[in-house]
Design a protein around this ligand. Structure first.
Ligand code: GLA
Length: 371
């Protein structure tokens, strides 16, 4: 019997411990891959260019011809984005069928889209022996996301490919060099509280934040010899204040302090000082909420609630913002009772529920089965 070639590929979503809205400013981020994934199974179908992809979760099928890409809607656009990238970079593939499903909750700021892109591209790379190196796959996945409409930085795709179990990545987005930081939370754990506010504003506001940063940089370059906002130190802020309007100054101020937060958090993990990690999470949240203004009342409520909990060391919103999850550093034994308390207060305040998501730190993209 001549069995058709089959590949199963999976890639994770992510949390971001600290360093938000710094990646596209050539700064520093500290994300970690989690044990929630998108999983694709591919089969070569022996046609020259006909493909069929089924999303089990969406109960939807996308059929297309590789010679006529670009007709996809919703999740199908990520597929088109990756296939356009293969085409633009001269990689040749032929017809295939695929089925996929995921455990990364959609719209919750855990990068379900990056996990889809990474799982899909990594699977095709193996299925067709394309030999694309991991960093190139990261960059192609980032551009696929741009195709869909968010001019994201490199963080989510990077960690979805490169993440390692029980580690975070300290990534320098200017050079794409990274360090693996062992994460030992001792008696504590990272708990996610999903605000269940779906971040509908996210893509337009995200792109606006990015433009404001670019405009601010042009103004700053006239007075200081810098290439990116991440070349600025906290002590430069006073010098540049007068050359920016109030909004620009707030955005730049966030980026500069947030880069510093990433380095300090690394130091705190290295010292095993989780109390300090927690304080930095609160500090990061204040800056992203008040200076970068990408939080929302529901996330701010969760973070304020955490501040009154004795067994919580710190918390912050994560990712693009305007909804999604808060990351909470909490004593393991307190998790269940905290969930009861926050759930009750949250629904009393907002008339809808928040929900806990339990995660562990996991590995980056892998091929789990091939024959
Ligand atoms: C989204 C983007 C990332 C990053 C974060 C904010 O997740 O995809 O590139 O900019 O927002 O830190």
């Amino acid at each position: 019997m001549n069995a058709k070639k089959t590949i199963t590929s999976k890639a994770p979503g992510r949390i971001n411990i600290i360093g938000d809205h710094t990646d596209y400013n050539n700064g520093f981020v500290m994300p970690a891959a989690i044990d929630l994934h998108t999983t694709f199974t591919f089969t070569l179908n022996e046609s020259e260019s006909t493909c069929k992809i089924e999303s089990i979760d969406m109960n939807d099928i996308y059929e297309f011809d590789l010679k006529e890409l670009g007709k996809g809607k919703s999740w199908q656009k990520y597929i088109d984005g990756i296939l356009f990238q293969l085409q633009e970079n001269g990689y040749k593939i032929s017809g295939f069928d695929a089925v996929f499903s995921g455990t990364v909750p959609l719209g919750s700021g855990l990068s379900s889209s990056a996990s889809l892109e990474a799982s899909f591209l990594n699977g095709l790379n193996t299925l067709f022996n394309l030999g694309i190196n991991p960093l190139k796959m990261v960059q192609m996945s980032q551009l696929a996301e741009h195709y869909v409409g968010v001019k994201c930085g490199i963080m989510d795709q990077f960690v979805s490919f490169m993440g390692k179990k029980d580690h975070a990545l300290l990534l320098n987005c200017a050079t794409n060099k990274y360090e693996l930081i062992p994460i030992d939370l001792k008696d504590y754990t990272f708990l996610l509280i999903n605000s269940n506010v779906s971040h509908s504003l996210a893509s337009s506001e995200y792109n606006t934040r990015r433009e404001t940063c670019e405009r601010s940089l042009e103004k700053i370059k006239k007075i200081l010899p810098v290439q990116t906002l991440s070349d600025l130190k906290v002590s430069d802020l006073e010098t540049i204040e007068k050359s920016l309007n109030e909004t620009e100054y707030k955005r730049v101020s966030h980026v500069v302090h947030e880069n510093d937060n990433v380095h300090q958090t690394k130091q705190a993990f290295t010292e095993g000082n989780l109390t300090k990690v927690g304080k930095l999470l609160y500090k990061g949240h204040k800056s992203i909420s008040q200076n970068y203004e990408v939080s929302c009342p529901e996330l701010d409520f969760i973070i304020d609630f955490c501040k009154n909990e004795k067994e919580i060391l710190g918390a912050r919103m994560m990712g693009g913002g305007f909804g999604g999850c808060a990351l909470v550093l909490i004593r393991k034994t307190e998790v269940d009772s905290f969930i009861d308390r926050i759930s009750e207060s949250y629904s009393a305040k907002f008339d809808f529920q928040c929900s806990p998501i339990h995660i562990k730190l996991g590995n980056g993209a892998t091929i789990i089965n091939q024959n």
